[in-house]
Design a protein around this ligand. Sequence first.
Ligand code: HEM
Length: 367
Amino acid sequence: MRAAHPVAFPALRMSRRPVQRVPRLGVLVRDATLLRGVLMDTQHFSKTGPGAPSDLWTPVLGPTVLLNMEGADHLALRRKLGPLFAPAYVDPLVAASLPSTQLTERLRSGEAVDLVAEAKRNASIMISQLVGLPANQVDDALFERVSSITRFVRLSRPRLTASQAAAARGILADLTTHARAAWREGDEATVPGRMRALGLGEDEAMGAVGAFVLTGTETLVSYIPRLVALLIDSGWMPRLADDESLTEPAIAEGLRVTTPSPVMLRSVVGDTAIGPVEVRPGERVILATFMANQAAGPFDPEANPAASLKQLWFGAGTHFCLGAPLAMAQTRATLGAILDAGPVRIVSRRAARGVLIPSYASLVVAT
Ligand code: HEM
C-alpha cells in the first residue's frame, strides 16, 4: 500500500478518529458501522456530485455506467445486467480465462511462476471476452493500457485533467470498437451480444463494458497474488491444504486485510451527520474501507473476523460489487490450482509503484 500511495496512505493512517474532516481531501470515515451507514443512505450520499466517482468517470465513460448513477435508472440497469453474473454465466467465463490445470502442472514440474503475470494474463483473457476480442489478440499490452487509465487517479485529485480524460477515452473507444461490433451482430456467444439479448441498448452495453474493464481487472490482479503471499508468509498455506473448509474463510480474510478497492467516494447531497461530524451538500466523503476492515484484527482464517463485516470489501447497499461472484470464482479457481500443486514458496517479490490499486509488480512462486 505504501509503494502505491507513499503520501496518502501514511497520512490516512495517522488518523485515529472514526470520522474527521481532513483539509483539501474531505470527510474521512474509518469506522465500519459509520461507513456502512453512509453506503446505505442514498438520500444524503451519492456517487454523483462534487468529489464523487461521477467527477472522475463521467468524462471518460459517459453518464450511464452504474458507478456514476443513482436511483431508478441505476437499479434498472443493474437488474438488466444481473444474469451476466449468475453462476451459469460466470463459471464458463472463469473456466475460459483460467487454464488452472496448466498452472498446477507448471508448478509441479518445478517451474517458477510469476503469479502477477499469470493474473494479468487471466484478466486480459477476461477483458477480451467482455469486449469481444479474439483470444489471440490478448497480451500484456492490453492490461497495461487499461491500468494506464486508473494510474491517472489520485485521492488528492478528484478529477482527471482534460488531456488525461481524452487519453482514457481514446483507449476505451479503441477497446469498445470490438464490443460495438459484437453488440451489433447480436451474437449471444459474446458478452456484448448477450447484453443486447438482456435488453441493453448499444450505449448502455458499452458503458457496462467500460465499467467492468475498469473495476474488475486490476482488483483481481492485485488480490490473487496478495492472497497467496499472505497465505505463505503467515504459514496458513499448508493448513489450507490439510483442511479444505478453511479455504472460504481464508479468501474472505484475505479480502478483508488487503481490501483491493481500499477507498470509496461519495458526495453529500443533503444536510446530515456522520457520527458526530455534521456534513453539508457538496462535501466529499472518503470511506477508508481498508482501515475499517483492518481494525477487525490480524489475518486469521480460523477466528474469521471477516464474518462480522458482511463483505464490506465489496461495498454495501445499492452499489455492492456486481462482479463479486466473478471475483470469487476466479480467486477460488486460482487458489485451488496452487493448492493442488503442493507446498509452494516465494522465490521473489516486488511491489508495484505509482498504481491506484496496491499490488505486487511481480510475485514469483515455486514448489
Ligand atoms: C477482488 C475483486 C473486487 C473487489 C474487491 C471489488 C470491490 C468493489 C467495491 C468496493 C465496489 C463498490 C464501490 C462503491 O460503492 O463505491 C464495487 C463495485 C463494482 N464492481 Fe467490483 N470489485 C472486485 C471485482 C470486480 C469484478 C471482477 C467486476 C466485473 C467484471 C466488478 C464490477 C463492479 C461493478 C460494475 C461495480 C459498480 C456497481 C454499481 O455501482 O452498481 N468488480 N466493486
